[in-house]
Design a protein around this ligand. Structure first.
Ligand SMILES: NC(=O)c1ccc[n+]([C@@H]2O[C@H](COP(=O)([O-])OP(=O)(O)OC[C@H]3O[C@@H](n4cnc5c(N)ncnc54)[C@H](OP(=O)(O)O)[C@@H]3O)[C@@H](O)[C@H]2O)c1
Length: 304
């Protein structure tokens, strides 16, 4: 595969935040066992490929990943100006690092959102987040209060754009009416097709807002699940990949990228070759026949 592969860029909505079409997800960074030099090298290789957007959450790696990334930024401050930083808040984990939490729960109060955004800035060694997401819809969330928290963070220059994650269409639109949102980050893959059928993608397309996609490879289960349906899905994707002379994972990224809501997939790997395969998925499209072959194998039945 060519070394000059370059990831395209996309605005999540008209005149809105621009990010790389493939985003590097940092959830698993704590498992990668990288030294600070290796983290810097990984970030630099992503940026060289045009993958300039990095996705975090306060809780990743049991509240540790932002600091690992921040250590790389402290060692090489020039990297910050070459990237967009995304983080999330709103989940409180049971953790020895948070002994005051007596139950895993959500907190979308104004005070907590502001405090966690400021904590993310400290951990990441930066003065601003390009995008802050509410991690999960909170049954106790008050849309007006979240919008006030976002407005305050924006006025202070601490967060430039806002969004949500795992929100329903209605929840997204309720908050978006109060403050324009950049995205809804949701789970989607051939093993999790719900957003295509529950109005999540249709609602976002209608508003011209691009979704971000987490676990596009089903967290790796696309390679490992052994039931008959998954085996068949793998065979179908492999046949297309072999015929198109593309890597297996690239075909899955291409399949996702082809949706008209303009999805922005996140990678989850610490291997630069896996990031390259994701970016390669931006360079070709599937025929309508092949696209529907993957859908049929994913759902186990024809469309009516
Ligand atoms: N908003 C939310 O609620 C939410 C939830 C979960 C995740 N996220 C975000 O989404 C990002 C991506 O999620 P994910 O990690 O589940 O993504 P994914 O790409 O679906 O899964 C990545 C996993 O698949 C494995 N894998 C096996 N073969 C692979 C191949 N050929 N190419 C690529 N990966 C392969 C990777 O292992 P190797 O490392 O060995 O390649 C890794 O463990 C996370 O980092 C996080 O930023 C958000």
């Amino acid at each position: 595969m060519t070394q000059t592969l370059s990831c395209p860029r996309i605005a999540t909505r008209q005149n809105g935040l621009e990010m790389s079409r493939i985003v590097a997800g940092m959830w698993r960074m704590g498992d990668w066992g990288m030294s600070v030099e290796q983290r810097i090298a990984f970030i630099e290789q992503c940026i060289a490929m045009g993958v300039t957007t990095f996705d975090h959450a306060d809780i990743y790696g049991n509240y540790a990943v932002e600091a690992l990334f921040g250590e790389a930024l402290r060692a090489k401050p020039a990297l910050r100006g070459q990237m967009e930083l995304v983080s999330k808040c709103g989940i409180k984990l049971l953790s020895p690092k948070r002994p005051q939490h007596s139950i895993q729960h959500y907190d979308t109060t104004r005070a907590y959102i502001v405090a966690q955004a400021e904590e993310s800035l400290r951990q990441l060694n930066t003065d601003r987040l390009d995008l802050l997401l509410i991690h999960r819809p909170d049954p106790l969330m008050n849309f007006d209060e979240i919008a006030e928290a976002f407005t305050g963070l924006k006025a202070a220059g601490k967060v430039l754009n806002f969004g949500v994650s795992n929100f329903s269409r209605h929840q997204f639109e309720a908050l978006d009416r109060r403050i324009p949102l950049a995205t809804n980050q949701v789970e989607f893959s051939p093993l999790h097709t719900a957003p295509m059928f529950d109005e999540t993608f249709d609602g976002l397309q209608d508003k011209g807002v691009a979704p971000m996609i987490w676990s596009p490879l089903a967290g790796g289960r696309l390679f490992t699940t052994t039931d008959a349906a998954a085996e068949n899905l793998r065979l179908v994707i492999k046949e297309i990949a072999d015929r198109m002379r593309q890597p297996f994972a690239s075909v899955i990224f291409a399949w996702i990228l082809q949706l008209p809501s303009r999805p922005i997939p996140l990678t989850g790997s610490g291997r630069i070759e896996a990031i390259r395969e994701a970016v390669a998925g931006t360079t070709f499209t599937l025929s309508r026949d092949d696209w529907f072959k993957v859908l049929r194998a994913a759902r186990g039945h024809e469309v009516a």
